[in-house]
Design a protein around this ligand. Structure first.
Ligand code: HEM
Length: 406
């Protein structure tokens, strides 16, 4: 097996091979090994191949293969995940996606601009009042969950509970991947999962006629596009999908700005390019490393001879560094052509929240840009996340001197 294939195997199997050092591997793969075959798994890194496979109807997203400990501890959670939108049969996936994408279109999420800014201001100002803190746990973790709570129209007294549920759900997911830790500090017990499902079910029963997402999903239910259990499932899915991804995306953006002080300075005098600053950061350091698929039929294209049942990993974090698509791919250049990146996936499972995430980044960048002098990131000895699915720092100390907090 070529050395680079060994490195890929190590990345897949061992938490030690992940973190920032994986970036070097991602950058070499598109040219050196755009396709790596490990028995019945194909790991694809070339940008062209990734985008063409991402639209192939013969490749579908499989439910995670949960380890016995997760299946035993939380069968309700496992069942929920197995029946969630992305892993449903193609026709159901398309129907549910249709319902959801309408609510997350650029125009729909634009209505959330002011509330998102208010949430970002509140979290950042709270941290500033203490002279700074860990940007990840104090801003990048809570912000996306509070945005989801706002979209759902949840009362503020419930937000902390939803944040705890979101953390517990993602802990279960991480534990299901190879090299994943035991379920995190707050694993979700079966009883807790049932409480969450009852809470969401009750919300769906009661809420009608408003502008919030629950009312709008209920309207789709009354129109026959979706049933009650599917609405409940979609809402719980949003507790997870719109969470870690955004956390890592925001963190990687601050890290890129720290490493590119010229861009950071320019942004302070004109925050207009904040969406491009974010888009380029999530290209260079792609938060969601890969999309997993299983082949439902044989697929033969070029050097690929995929057999039904094979696993295909679309390595977005590597495809985003393919020099054939992005000249000088390791340079952080927010002014480069946008739209070609695959940070939000591509094709069949393209991210539903691709318009919402940049709004959250913009809100954070605008608040930080207004602070004088600029808050300072301390990136020395940064610990990176070691999950298979996510690529970004686990913590990011940010100091905001008290006198500039106002
Ligand atoms: C920086 C932030 C984000 C990143 C990097 C990101 C990335 C991705 C990627 C790469 C995929 C495709 C996965 C695959 O191909 O297997 C995806 C799918 C998805 N994302 Fe995001 N995402 C982000 C934010 C969000 C937000 C804010 C939401 C919703 C509130 C969201 C909801 C979803 C959903 C529901 C899917 C599944 C789509 C489907 O099954 O058709 N994401 N995301």
């Amino acid at each position: 097996m070529p050395e680079i294939a060994h490195e890929v195997l190590e990345y897949l199997c061992s938490a030690e091979a992940r973190g920032e050092r994986a970036h070097d591997l991602f950058s070499r793969l598109p040219l050196r090994a755009p396709v790596v075959r490990l028995r019945r798994a194909w790991i694809v890194s070339g940008h062209g191949l990734v985008t063409s496979l991402a639209v192939n109807p013969g490749l579908v997203m499989p439910p995670p293969d949960f380890p016995a400990r997760t299946r035993a501890a939380s069968p309700g959670f496992v069942e929920f995940f197995r029946s969630s939108m992305s892993t449903r049969p193609a026709a159901d996936h398309r129907r549910l996606r249709g319902v959801l994408t309408k609510e997350f279109s650029g125009r729909a999420v634009e209505r959330l601009r002011a509330p998102i800014q208010a949430l970002a201001d509140r979290l950042i100002d709270r941290m500033a009042a203490r002279g700074g803190g860990d940007f990840v746990s104090e801003v990048a973790v809570p912000l996306p969950v509070l945005v989801t709570c706002t979209m759902l129209g949840l009362p503020e007294e419930d937000w902390d509970q939803v944040l705890r549920w979101a953390k517990a759900l993602t802990a279960h997911i991480h534990s299901s991947f190879p090299g994943g830790a035991e379920p995190g500090a707050d694993p979700m017990s079966e009883a807790e999962f049932a409480r969450m499902r009852d809470y969401v079910g009750d919300l769906v029963e009661r809420r009608r006629g408003g502008l919030d997402l629950v009312s709008r999903l209920n309207a789709a239910k009354e129109a026959g596009a979706i049933d009650h259990d599917e609405v409940v499932n979609l809402i719980m899915l949003l507790f997870m999908t719109g969470f870690d991804t955004v956390t890592v995306g925001l963190t990687n953006t601050l890290l890129c700005l720290h490493r590119n002080p010229g861009v950071a300075r320019a942004l302070r005098s004109d925050p207009g390019p904040a969406p491009a600053v974010f888009a380029e950061a999530v290209r260079l350091h792609t938060p969601t490393v890969m999309g997993a698929r299983v082949a439902t039929c044989d697929i033969r294209t070029g050097e690929l001879d995929i057999r039904a049942g094979d696993t295909v990993l679309l390595l977005y974090a590597a495809a985003n560094l393919d020099p054939a698509r992005f000249p000088d791919p390791l340079a952080y250049r927010p002014d480069r052509e946008r739209g070609a990146g695959v940070s939000f996936g591509h094709g069949t499972y393209f991210c539903v929240g691709a318009a919402l995430a940049p709004l959250q980044a913009e809100a954070v960048l605008r608040r930080l840009a207004r602070m004088t002098p600029a808050p300072v990131v301390d990136a020395t000895g940064l610990a990176w996340r070691d999950e298979l699915a996510f690529h970004g720092p686990a913590t990011l100390p940010l100091s905001i001197p008290a006198e500039v907090a106002a």
